[in-house]
Write a protein that binds this ligand. Structure first.
Ligand SMILES: Cc1cc2nc3c(=O)[nH]c(=O)nc-3n(C[C@H](O)[C@H](O)[C@H](O)COP(=O)(O)OP(=O)(O)OC[C@H]3O[C@@H](n4cnc5c(N)ncnc54)[C@H](O)[C@@H]3O)c2cc1C
Length: 454
């Protein structure tokens, strides 16, 4: 049964969704879980089909959220002028990057072309927005194009702030024992070269975690545990010392998962170093600097997984659309939205979704899956001058891979309550199903989400 389901889901190019059972499985696999478990999905309260409008809608950013928005708007509106602004031709399936960085997937498996997912009939401007001017209802691109809109959807994702670490630059990744799974597939692939070497030769491994909101908060944990597991498998574990220097005194925001990890890490010989914020690196000396309550400390390493702080892209973070005060302003200049409606509270014709928004939970593809139908549905209701009814409850999910072949499917909401989609998989202990989802099913579900199918 398992094999049959997996082979059905292997390649999204073969996905058709006529069979309700299969459709439910796609919805239920990883990023699709929100459609079943969380409120506010288009599946639950779908707006009237093909609403007639001549509204000019601009989507800024064509990643997971932007393309998903474009497809949903195209499917639900008739006559709208929809424009998407995105420079990249390449699409990266980012949830696969942890598997590339740990040698489980080859790099090519996470690469795709945006063109394959863009709906017909929309205007795709190849460029980057350099200026948001919501008072004038327009954006300006890096090629000087001024684009006016009636409604704006912001889906720019985030910026990985490598400059926040003194001495760090992306060309170091893969050299001098430095890895970083974030930002693109080359980084993940070069990280694998460094991890492969460390897993054979051993030494001191530092796996860092920065302050503030980061995309997929489980990724730094997964890279650490999968590397530890790799050394167990290779029979080299006794050559490696594992340290996890992290900001603050918790490993995960969801309390049950935090408790699990606080037992799991020591039981696997991974020593957590609390209140350690990485601020510098000296690659030639293989030494990293951390700020701690006791002052700066320098730690030597043979391998280091560097995770810089993350923030809204500059054009967005420096614009009036960003939070002007409070934790989401201080923590990364994130875009201001009402956490339930995904609408900007000061600019009612502006909505946001994905990694760029400042909400207490999110920054996963699973959050994108839950947020996009809400943002789209509310935008369509705003276009119709109707009351907004869709609401995002903070749903996010992470198949927290603890070793090759097992993991925990963590799903929770704004209240940090676990909201498991599968009654037969405990969200409190390791199981093979989350691994199979991550390895085989999530990618297909993600692609279906981008096409606006789930
Ligand atoms: C290592 C790693 C592991 C992950 N694992 C998981 C997982 O297991 N499960 C899960 O659910 N999620 C996971 N995620 C998170 C998930 O991939 C992201 O949350 C999701 O891709 C966010 O989608 P987005 O559209 O907001 O941002 P992105 O997909 O990053 O897209 C943003 C787009 O906006 C464009 N852009 C930026 N600025 C501008 C501008 N000024 N003008 C125009 N365009 C702009 C960019 O070029 C980019 O294409 C992981 C991410 C990483 C990096």
């Amino acid at each position: 049964m398992k094999n049959r389901l997996l082979s059905m889901l292997k390649d999204d190019t073969h996905i058709e969704l006529p069979d309700p059972g299969r459709r439910r499985l796609l919805q239920a696999s990883g990023v699709g879980l929100a459609g079943l478990a969380a409120g506010g999905s288009l599946l639950k309260s779908e707006p009237a089909k093909a609403v007639n409008t001549s509204a000019r809608i601009v989507i800024v950013g064509g990643g997971a959220a932007g393309i998903s928005v474009a497809n949903r708007l195209s499917q639900n509106l008739s006559g709208a002028q929809i424009t998407i602004i995105e420079r990249r031709e390449q699409h990266i399936y980012q949830p696969g990057l942890t598997l590339v960085a740990t040698g489980i997937w080859r790099q090519g498996k996470v690469l795709d072309r945006n063109e394959r997912y863009m709906p017909r009939g929309i205007n795709w401007i190849r460029g980057m927005v350099t200026e948001f001017d919501p008072d004038a209802n327009r954006v300006v691109t890096d090629t000087g194009q001024v684009v006016d809109y009636d409604y704006l959807m912001v889906t720019t994702g985030l910026k990985v702030d490598f400059d926040a670490i003194e001495g760090m630059s992306t060309d170091l990744i893969g050299r001098e024992g430095i890895g970083c799974v974030y930002d693109n597939s080359d980084h993940a692939s070069r990280t694998w070269q460094a991890i492969d070497r460390f897993a054979t030769e051993g030494g001191v491994g530092l796996f860092t975690r920065p302050a503030g909101g980061i995309k997929c908060a489980g990724a730094p944990l997964k890279v650490c545990m999968l590397t530890e597991d790799l050394m167990q498998r290779r029979g080299t574990r006794d050559r490696g010392q594992f340290y996890y220097p992290t900001v603050g005194t918790s490993l995960f925001s969801q309390p049950d998962m935090n408790d699990f990890l606080k037992e799991e890490f020591p039981s696997r010989g991974i020593q957590v170093q609390w209140n350690h914020k990485m601020v510098g690196i000296e690659p030639e000396r293989k030494r990293a600097t951390f700020e701690t309550p006791e002052g700066q400390v320098r730690l030597d390493y043979d391998f280091i997984h560097v995770v810089p702080e993350m923030r809204a892209p500059d054009a967005l973070g420096n614009s009036p659309l960003a939070w002007q005060e409070g934790p989401f302003a201080d923590d990364g200049n994130w875009m201001e939205v009402d956490r339930y409606t995904m609408r900007h509270p000061r600019y009612p014709n502006v909505f946001g979704a994905g990694d760029c928004v400042g909400t207490p939970i999110g920054k996963t593809a699973a959050s994108v899956k839950a947020q996009v139908p809400v943002a789209v549905e509310n935008m369509i209701q705003a276009i119709q001058q109707r009351e907004m009814t869709a609401s995002y409850d903070g749903y996010t999910s992470c198949p927290l891979i603890t070793a090759r072949g097992r993991g925990i499917l963590v799903e929770f909401d704004y209240a940090l309550n676990m909201v498991p989609s599968f009654p037969f998989i405990s969200p409190y202990r390791e199981h093979w199903v989350p691994w199979v989802m991550k390895d085989r099913m999530l990618h297909a579900a993600y692609n279906a989400m981008m096409r606006g199918r789930i």
